[in-house]
Design a protein around this ligand. Structure first.
Ligand code: AHR
Length: 327
């Protein structure tokens, strides 16, 4: 059988099999010979944070170790660029396409093209907003909602004995992206249950230190009495720290600062007492992605969802973790 015809048939079979499929996933086989080169096209969000750089190196390193022929593109935070990358991967007839979507909506047309060309798509890190579950075969990444839950749980416990709810401000990542939306949702849901936190304002900080600084400046002007800051990543939290220090406050203690990612810089600031608590979001899922690429090429069960690991850190556990932290 002609390879392309086989691929198309397999993809069609997969599409119907995956509709309503649970996390166990289904078998898939691009019909490749064990020794034939396996070609992966990957489009990355950008280079906005330490997390992202670590994610890029995890993917490149794992592809090298598994001898997967990787075409790596960087979208610099631009969805149009990412769509163009996917189109060029389709024209190039790579075996598998993977990408970390800059935003959640607007993917249906290009992903339909990939599906119709028989090229399976794997989402990494972030998700898409589409009712068509056949547009991707698998997603790999962290549970962002629970990261928000954990941040609020910690702050709720911290202020358990306070007479009135603590005043909390939030520094958000980029607009319309999965981690921004879900971390906020998780934080708000737990805060509503705990009843000890009052989220009074939020500002976008675009995942960067400079963005975190600008956001914190605005938030502090409106809420000089802030008790706690939830910054959705380490960089933005570190930006908040420098603004709060310049304002003569004692960040880490007053206000408390909770961040997500657990990069080396985040854990160092935690040990130094500048941050109060950090929720881990591991960027190191390159090996998981390459396992899926190999399974898709050679035949095997592809899980619908692969979750990356997480932990939480306070000052003491950060000290223990730092010597082995690779990013
Ligand atoms: O999608 C993951 C988020 O994107 C990370 O938490 C943040 O640092 C990054 O840039």
């Amino acid at each position: 059988m002609d390879r392309r015809a086989f691929v198309t048939l397999s993809a069609a079979g997969l599409v119907s099999a995956l509709a309503g499929c649970g996390s166990e996933g289904e078998g898939f086989d691009l019909g490749k010979d064990v020794n034939a080169p396996k070609r992966l096209g990957f489009s990355q969000v950008g280079s906005e944070s330490g997390w992202r750089l670590a994610n890029t190196s995890s993917i490149k390193k794992a592809a090298g170790l598994r001898e997967i022929d990787l075409t790596f593109e960087n979208a610099d935070g631009d969805q149009k660029k990412q769509i163009a990358h996917i189109e060029s991967f389709i024209d190039d007839r790579v075996d598998v396409i993977a990408f970390s979507p800059v935003v959640e909506s607007g993917w249906d047309d290009v992903l339909r093209r990939a599906r119709d060309a028989g090229i399976p798509v794997v989402l990494t890190d972030r998700l898409i907003d589409s009712t068509d579950t056949s547009l991707y075969v698998c997603s790999i990444g962290a549970e962002f909602i629970s990261e928000g839950n954990l941040a609020a749980l910690y702050l709720g416990n911290t202020f358990a004995k306070a007479k009135t709810p603590a005043t909390v401000v939030e520094i958000l990542g980029t607009k319309d992206s999965t981690p921004t939306r879900q971390r906020s949702e998780g934080f708000a849901a737990t805060a509503a249950k705990e009843k000890r936190l009052r989220v009074v304002a939020s500002e976008p900080g675009d995942w960067t230190k400079a963005g975190g600084e600008a956001a914190m400046r605005k938030l502090l002007r409106k809420h000089p009495d802030v008790d706690a800051v939830f910054a959705q990543n380490d960089e933005m939290g570190l930006g908040a720290v420098s603004v709060l220090e310049d304002a003569g406050l004692d960040p880490g203690r007053s206000p408390r600062i909770v961040t997500v990612d657990a990069t080396k810089a985040g854990l160092q600031a935690l040990v130094a007492g500048k941050l109060t608590y950090v929720v881990e979001c591991s960027p190191e899922f390159g090996d998981d992605l390459m396992d899926i690429v190999v399974d898709l090429c050679l035949g095997g069960t592809v899980p619908r969802r692969v979750e990356s690991e997480k932990a939480v850190f306070d000052k003491v556990s950060a000290e223990d973790a730092l010597p082995d932290r690779t990013y």
